[in-house]
Design a protein around this ligand. Sequence first.
Ligand SMILES: CC(C)(COP(=O)(O)OP(=O)(O)OC[C@H]1O[C@@H](n2cnc3c(N)ncnc32)[C@H](O)[C@@H]1OP(=O)(O)O)[C@@H](O)C(=O)NCCC(=O)NCCS
Length: 183
Amino acid sequence: MIFGKHIRLRGVEPEDLPFFVQWLNDPEVIEGLLFLAPLSLEDEKRWFEKLADHSPAERPLAIEIRDGDAWRIIGNCEFHNISQTNRSADLGIFIGDKSLWNHGYGTETMQLLLKHGFETLNLNRIMLVVYDDNPRAIRCYEKAGFVQEGRMRQAKFKQGRYGDELIMSVLRSEWDAKHLLEE
Ligand SMILES: CC(C)(COP(=O)(O)OP(=O)(O)OC[C@H]1O[C@@H](n2cnc3c(N)ncnc32)[C@H](O)[C@@H]1OP(=O)(O)O)[C@@H](O)C(=O)NCCC(=O)NCCS
């Protein structure tokens, strides 16, 4: 498990699937995601079964926060498209419990994933794609150290219109420099 100050990241278990189904059928949660509801529990079960084929580094992780003496799942995150040659990867995240948005959990998750990606997976570049009309996500990624490096014009079609997607990334050298400053 990967432990942070307020959260921990662990492997996804079958018991998590009903939470994902609930959250990924919520129009507000998926507004910034590729998902097109409706999604059934059977769909999620099939997705879960295929995870065994993913490399361990590309399996999704459940995001949990403390709930008294226990831990409570609030969302999930994952690395994908890991390239051994380029030492690069993409990141994805959602926090499904909307009452917990803007509490800093997204930023802490991204910080933990960056540390894991650079220090454990030995990556050199970590990137993500975000819709330009998702200011909460953009701000969260900026706080974690991501910089905008490109705009894909009219790359997504959602709710009857085209919108732009932003490419954001962090390089290992930038992350190292940031950490040296923070020490
Ligand atoms: C995007 C997401 C992961 C961010 O996680 P989070 O825990 O809510 O984010 P954080 O609290 O760490 O940071 C959010 C920041 O955005 C700011 N923010 C929120 N709404 C904003 C808005 N409309 N305009 C500008 N900033 C905004 C918050 O104030 C906070 O910044 P601050 O700490 O400087 O005040 C989460 O909201 C989420 O999962 N949303 C639904 C799915 C999604 O969009 N995923 C991302 C796909 S690319």
